[in-house]
Design a protein around this ligand. Structure first.
Ligand SMILES: *[C@@H]1O[C@H](CO)[C@@H](O)[C@H](O)[C@H]1NC(C)=O
Ligand SMILES: *[C@@H]1O[C@H](CO)[C@@H](O)[C@H](O)[C@H]1NC(C)=O
Ligand SMILES: *[C@@H]1O[C@H](CO)[C@@H](O)[C@H](O)[C@H]1NC(C)=O
Ligand SMILES: *[C@@H]1O[C@H](CO)[C@@H](O)[C@H](O)[C@H]1NC(C)=O
Ligand SMILES: *[C@@H]1O[C@H](CO)[C@@H](O)[C@H](O)[C@H]1NC(C)=O
Length: 244
């Protein structure tokens, strides 16, 4: 068979298919963005070739709740249903569109919106590309136990156990330990066990087993914690040792 004829034949079939099947596909950006709590994120849904009269935005809040909201350009103006669309909440969303580019801005993203999945698909399609929001937030505090209201009695060569625990954070936080001796602060790196529990957000627990020597009477212990979102680490209160 003549190769040219085969090629033109296939091209013709493809053109007919595009004309009659509403096969337009969309791209969605950004994919799975990491958003710092309080920031905005703008999802841009672009029709790959040509134009469509409307797209559906699907917002899957969790496994059991999702919303579908059509967005259209009826008379050159971008519109959503004023009665049913979640996008009419101007405090939470803004949107704009033309027949090629449809976009939604989620304003002031909160940690409750972690793992919410956005997707956009054109007229004639049942699904499209998806993008899941990963909301990140800093360590807001770190506590030390035993509580530092009392001086901790500790026997020389026996040691004492301190535990530092972070507030909820995402991503995982790291904890570091310090001692203050004669006004000088120095890091502690030995006898530390750290663990993180992660379920939607993480809590990091670090356990220090500290064995003082007599001259270290009056020494103070504290810890710091931060994750990649913290501008500066959070500090625990200071625990004063009374070596017996
Ligand atoms: C899913 O999200 C809805 C709306 O935010 C909420 O009311 C519901 O409790 C959530 N369900 C689960 C299983 O998390
Ligand atoms: C994120 O959402 C998916 C689908 O709704 C669910 O299977 C998964 O458990 C969720 N993950 C978290 C950390 O909530
Ligand atoms: C739609 O909007 C985008 C950006 O907002 C612009 O680049 C594009 O040219 C517009 N398309 C049409 C058909 O107006
Ligand atoms: C965060 O901690 C959890 C629980 O230990 C772990 O499964 C996960 O891999 C950690 N994430 C990162 C990015 O280290
Ligand atoms: C770590 O623990 C060991 C055994 O309990 C102890 O001998 C050592 O002094 C400890 N190191 C520090 C820096 O506390």
């Amino acid at each position: 068979m003549d190769t040219y004829k085969l090629c033109y034949g296939l091209l013709f079939i493809c053109e007919v298919a595009v004309l009659y099947c509403n096969c337009q596909t969309t791209t969605l950006t950004p994919i799975d963005p990491e958003v710092i709590e309080g920031d905005d994120v703008t999802f841009v849904c672009t029709v790959v070739s040509g134009t469509v009269d409307f797209v559906n935005w699907q917002v899957a809040v969790n496994a059991s709740t999702s919303y579908v909201t059509p967005m259209a350009v009826p008379n050159g103006a971008c519109a959503v249903s004023q009665t049913t669309s979640i996008l009419t909440n101007k405090a939470k969303y803004s949107y704009e569109c033309n027949s090629t580019v449809y976009q939604v801005t989620v304003k002031n993203v909160q940690r409750s919106q972690h793992n919410v999945t956005w997707s956009c698909f054109p007229q004639g399609q049942a699904s499209g590309p998806t993008s899941t929001i990963n909301v990140q937030f800093p360590v807001s505090s770190v506590s030390i136990t035993p509580a530092s209201t009392d001086v901790v009695d500790v026997e020389e060569n026996t040691g004492v156990v301190f535990t530092c625990q972070t507030s909820e954070a995402r991503p995982n936080a790291s904890v570091t330990w310090y001692k203050v001796e004669s006004g000088v602060t120095a890091p502690i790196s030995q006898n530390i066990t750290t663990s993180t529990t992660y379920e939607d957000f993480s809590v990091t627990t670090s356990i220090l087993r500290f064995v003082p020597s007599t001259p270290q009477n009056g020494l103070q212990i504290f810890c710091k914690a931060k994750n990649s979102v913290n501008i500066s680490p959070e500090e625990s209160s200071r625990q004063t040792l009374n070596v017996l």
